[in-house]
Design a protein around this ligand. Structure first.
Ligand code: NAD
Length: 363
């Protein structure tokens, strides 16, 4: 399937204008554009502007609520429990993380629970917010949407792609950011493969009868047909991490775990997140930390390489390489472009204004 190039600045402006037209205030529209375009720039098209059609349908279905602030439910200083009030994840999570960062600066550590956020996007974005403040963060997230991942040993989908993320600032260098879905592949990447009409790598999917398949179409069956399921990464290891993301991200924060009775709307994606944010300097290791990181990185990079491998990378390095490669323009496949044009038309119909079809900006 063909691919268009959209200049990065123009894409950011289009997303910003779309959400302004939908009724977001200037901060929310800008944060949403920063985050979604930022995910494309980091190479994660699965969590970039291609999410907009889902967000628009969720908003039109009165699920996603615009212009929300977080509410503080419990506050013991270093522990904060927040409600995202079904708000735009890109805005309420920024606010939640800013509160957690403030508390971690004050107390050395903050355990922050955020419940009832609409899709909060690329979780690495929030780890980067903490690491820009010199803080380590660890994130456990659950996903309330249609279940799409099968438990290890089962083949019926029971939960979501539950991301797990760790950000570590390194003095004088870029942060280390581990940030992945606990499924073998993110659903957004299956959507991108489906739109591009290409197979997914082996080991990622089961069809509706439980057989391994590389066909992304099993996750997007015709109406009424049964859906396949994603597998966990790393066999039982990804599965048990996903269970912990569900329980720490949702049960511990006061959010809902995924069950038939906690699902509300087919287009909404809700996230609950537990974030542990802390100041490594308060552990007294500041003088040795930089040296230890540098020495370890030198050691692992000295490994002989497998055939065809250009080098050993660190967590967060691939995203930085994508940012360099995509500074000028972002590729958008034809299927996603058509869905984005449709999303703009829906905003136009609902609100009487929109930035117009994205496809007119495509080269
Ligand atoms: P992925 O499989 O691309 O893995 C990304 C992680 O692995 C990053 O930390 C990256 O730096 C590191 N990495 C990749 N290749 C590497 C290499 N060769 N050497 C060293 N490190 C390497 O990520 P994914 O599972 O497809 O997840 C994509 C995004 O989806 C993440 O940002 C995640 O937060 C997001 N997500 C969000 C939700 C949600 O509900 N909000 C759900 C699932 C996933």
């Amino acid at each position: 399937m063909s691919e268009s190039r959209i200049p990065t600045d123009a894409l950011h402006r289009w997303v910003d204008e779309l959400w302004l037209a939908a009724g977001c205030d200037a901060r929310e529209a800008r944060l949403t554009a920063d985050h979604l375009v930022g995910a494309n720039l980091a190479g994660h098209d699965s969590h970039g502007v291609g999410m907009i059609p889902k967000y628009v349908l969720s908003w039109l279905g009165d699920q996603l609520q615009l212009n929300q602030q977080v509410s503080v439910l419990h506050d013991t200083g270093a522990m904060l429990s927040l409600d995202g009030n079904r708000g735009m994840g890109q805005a309420v999570t920024e606010q939640a993380m800013a509160l957690a960062i403030g508390r971690a600066r004050e107390h050395g550590v903050c355990v922050m629970g955020l419940r009832r956020s609409h899709h909060l996007g690329r979780v690495g974005h929030w780890a980067e917010q903490a690491s820009a403040a010199g803080l380590i963060s660890i994130h456990f997230v659950n996903v309330l949407s249609k279940p799409i991942v099968a438990p290890h040993g089962g083949y019926q989908a029971r939960y979501g792609t539950n991301p797990f993320t760790i950000g570590v600032p390194v003095p004088g260098q870029a942060p280390l950011v581990l940030d992945f879905a606990t499924s073998a592949i993110a659903l957004g990447k299956v959507r991108v493969a489906h739109n591009k009409e290409v197979p997914v790598p082996p080991g990622c999917l089961l069809d509706a009868a439980g057989h391994p398949t590389e066909d992304p179409g099993v996750m997007f069956p015709p109406a009424g047909a049964p859906q396949g399921a994603l597998r966990s990464f790393g066999e039982h290891k990804g599965y048990v991490l996903a269970v912990m993301c569900e329980l720490l991200g949702a049960a511990v924060t006061g959010g809902h775990t995924i069950r038939p009775e906690t699902l509300t709307h087919e287009h909404a994606v809700w996230n609950n997140m537990l974030a542990l944010v802390f100041d490594p300097a308060r552990l007294g290791s500041s003088t040795s930390f930089g040296h230890e990181v540098e020495a370890f990185v030198d050691w692992i990079r000295s490994s002989a390489l497998q055939p065809g491998c250009a080098g050993v990378q660190l967590p967060g390095e691939p995203e930085r390489a994508w940012r360099r490669a995509r500074a000028e323009w972002v590729p958008v496949d034809a299927g996603t472009l058509a869905q984005l044009d449709d999303a703009a038309a829906r905003v136009q119909a609902a609100r009487g204004s929109s930035p117009g079809p994205l496809s007119r900006l495509a080269a």
